[in-house]
Design a protein around this ligand. Structure first.
Ligand SMILES: Cc1cc2nc3c(=O)[nH]c(=O)nc-3n(C[C@H](O)[C@H](O)[C@H](O)COP(=O)(O)OP(=O)(O)OC[C@H]3O[C@@H](n4cnc5c(N)ncnc54)[C@H](O)[C@@H]3O)c2cc1C
Length: 355
């Protein structure tokens, strides 16, 4: 017998959790299903020494451009702090040509959430009745008849039914991994497949230190490199500065990274840090790596090639199907802020307006 709920939300990332919170405030009976063993989706922090958290997914917010996020952060009473940018930026043209520029930071208006973006998820989750979050529950198919969902939970098949279903996950993941019966039109399926999941092909590395030695050299920690393997580096130190970090995006393609052993990658990165910041950069406490292209809950085979620029997500694709019983949310369906945290909230607001 299927377990029935008024609304089933597929995906416990920011958009799914936000929808659940809002629907529970309307006294709706909601359940969230997520295939991972944690909430947050692309929001993920790595812990160091049970003391500090470092953002392995999103890190930056721009409160002056992101009204929903700003409001949520203030409702949840979270603190934000300004990205550290004082000092010179380095531009690595080649290993023998490293140029230094003052007042060139690209993060002048970037803020971060104290405790990492994970604090946003922790605080949001604390507002939701926890039993409604079902983790390790991989949705496999959705059937219009009876509005039912088949999922795998700990290796067993489970079935749910609902009055409404919100798909709070990237459309490309839905298209690739979830069977929808009866099938949607070829145009919709192709559209979903074509929408890139923002940052899904990328890999982040965090180099943790006891001291911010780069600041003593009047360096901001910010680097752009044409040589790599790290393409972009910035000062990713947490707000309380109990430890410090250089956080980076790996410039190698997902295919190149797959062919490299972890030790090889780390050795090449350490050599680059030595070129850029000198011997002190080798006094590393720990290195955290998250390659999103290898995470099947975020990336598909098509995502191994990342878009060169932030895609234009706005379009006239419908957000509701089957008389608005099947509704889309998720950052990639936001009309204005697609791909960003603000987009996850924007898409959730539109989905809620269809509930
Ligand atoms: C490396 C990186 C850096 C980023 N930097 C920034 C930044 O600085 N600023 C910014 O604004 N944004 C940034 N982003 C984007 C931001 O993380 C996303 O916009 C936002 O987190 C998306 O939230 P979401 O709820 O829409 O989707 P997701 O967080 O992707 O949530 C979808 C959920 O669906 C679940 N799921 C998938 N398949 C199934 C299934 N079959 N059954 C059940 N559950 C399923 C997943 O486990 C996941 O929890 C970054 C992303 C990455 C990866």
């Amino acid at each position: 017998m299927a377990e029935h709920h008024s609304v089933i939300i597929v995906g416990a990332g920011l958009s799914g959790l936000y929808c659940a919170w809002q629907l529970q405030q309307r006294q709706q009976d909601v359940i969230i299903l997520d295939s991972r063993d944690r909430t947050g989706g692309r929001i993920l922090c790595a812990d160091y020494n049970n003391t500090c958290r470092f953002d392995m997914g999103p890190a930056w917010i721009w409160p002056h451009l992101q009204p929903r996020l700003q409001q949520l952060i203030s409702q949840l009473k979270l603190n934000v702090f300004k990205q550290f940018t004082a000092g010179d930026l380095l531009y690595e043209k080649s290993p023998s040509a490293i140029e230094r520029y003052s007042d060139q930071s690209s993060h002048g208006y970037s803020y971060r959430i104290a405790g990492g973006c994970q604090s946003l998820i922790d605080a949001l989750q604390s507002t939701i009745d926890t039993p409604c979050i079902q983790l390790n529950t991989h949705v496999q198919s959705i059937n219009q008849k009876g509005l039912s969902i088949d999922a795998q939970h700990d290796g067993k098949k489970v079935t749910y039914s609902a009055d409404k279903i919100i798909l709070a996950l990237p459309p490309r993941i839905t298209q690739q991994n979830i069977t929808i019966e009866p099938g949607l039109s070829k145009h919709i399926i192709e559209t979903w497949r074509a929408i890139p999941t923002w940052m899904s092909g990328h890999s982040k590395m965090v180099f943790i230190y006891a001291e911010p030695f780069w600041r003593d050299q009047n360096l901001s920690g910010e680097v752009f490199s044409h040589h790599g393997p790290l393409a972009e580096i910035y000062d990713g130190s947490p707000a309380d500065e109990k430890y410090y970090a250089l956080t980076s995006f790996v410039g190698l393609s997902a295919q190149q990274r797959q062919q490299m052993k972890r030790d090889q990658l780390v050795a090449a990165c350490m050599a680059q840090l030595k070129r850029l910041f000198g011997d002190e950069s080798q006094r590393i406490l720990d290195i955290k790596i998250k390659d999103w292209s290898q995470d099947k809950n975020t990336a598909t085979a098509i995502d191994l090639t990342s878009p060169a620029q932030h895609p234009h997500y706005a379009d006239d694709m419908p957000r509701g199907f089957w008389d608005n019983k099947l509704i889309l949310a998720g950052s990639e369906v936001a009309r204005e802020h697609g791909g960003y945290l603000e987009g996850a909230l924007e898409s959730a607001d539109e989905a809620l307006s269809l509930c």
